[in-house]
Design a protein around this ligand. Structure first.
Ligand code: ZN
Length: 217
């Protein structure tokens, strides 16, 4: 009799790792908004986001070696987007189509053939989730993805909304906590983004939970 594929690495010592789904051919890696505007020097900079890049590249390498799909969302706003302060929106202009700020950070080693999902392209509508008004759900369905591994910026905003939407759409969603960062510090009494995501059914994992050595921490 053929043994079924081992679901979890046997050498794992992390107390939660047996509960975290391990990536397989029905998994995809989703990179959320790794654009210059979200890194130091950008319009919506996440402090110290650069420090995540080596680990993000390790995740990309891990998925790309196995031939598992990698997708990336990006804010891709027209210059008159409603979320911008000039239009009485909450944010300074960012992620403007064709601008340097909208480009992916140049230290990322992005795989050829990576699928890019643009969001917020309608001047009158903002999309904080990568699923909102985009083809992301269709792409994942076409690829037969059951489990989505999410990393990116910022944890409490676009990452959180993408994770919550993924859970609501029936996907297994794993947030890669060591490859996300908050833009604003957690305020006392304000909702805890990680808690909201686990309440919605998402798993929290770090690189060692899914078989990547923790040498980048
Ligand atoms: Zn935006």
């Amino acid at each position: 009799m053929k043994l079924s594929k081992q679901a979890f690495p046997s050498d794992s010592s992390h107390p939660y790792s047996s509960t975290v789904p391990q990536p397989d051919q029905q998994s995809a890696l989703l990179l959320v908004d790794l654009q210059n505007d979200l890194f130091p020097g950008g319009a919506l900079a996440v402090p110290e986001a650069n420090s995540l890049i080596p680990l993000i590249n390790a995740y990309i390498k891990h998925f790309s070696r196995q031939g598992w799909p990698i997708l990336a969302t990006r804010d891709w706003h027209p210059a008159n987007h409603r979320s911008f302060t000039e239009q009485q929106g909450p944010w300074p202009a960012h992620g403007v189509q064709g601008s340097r700020g909208a480009q992916f950070h140049s230290d990322l080693v992005l795989p050829p053939g990576m699928m890019v999902i643009s969001k917020g392209t309608d001047p009158k509508k903002d999309s904080t989730s990568g699923f909102d008004g985009t083809s992301l759900a269709d792409r994942l369905e076409d690829l037969n993805v059951q489990t989505l591994y999410v990393l990116g910026l910022p944890t409490e905003h676009c990452v959180k909304h993408t994770v919550l939407d993924g859970c609501q759409r029936g996907l297994q969603v794993v947030l890669l906590t060591d490859a996300t960062k908050r833009r604003e510090p957690q305020q006392d009494g304000s909702p805890n983004a990680l808690q909201e995501m686990t309440d919605a059914g998402a798993w929290l994992a770090n690189s060692s939970d899914i078989g990547i050595p923790a040498i980048f921490h």
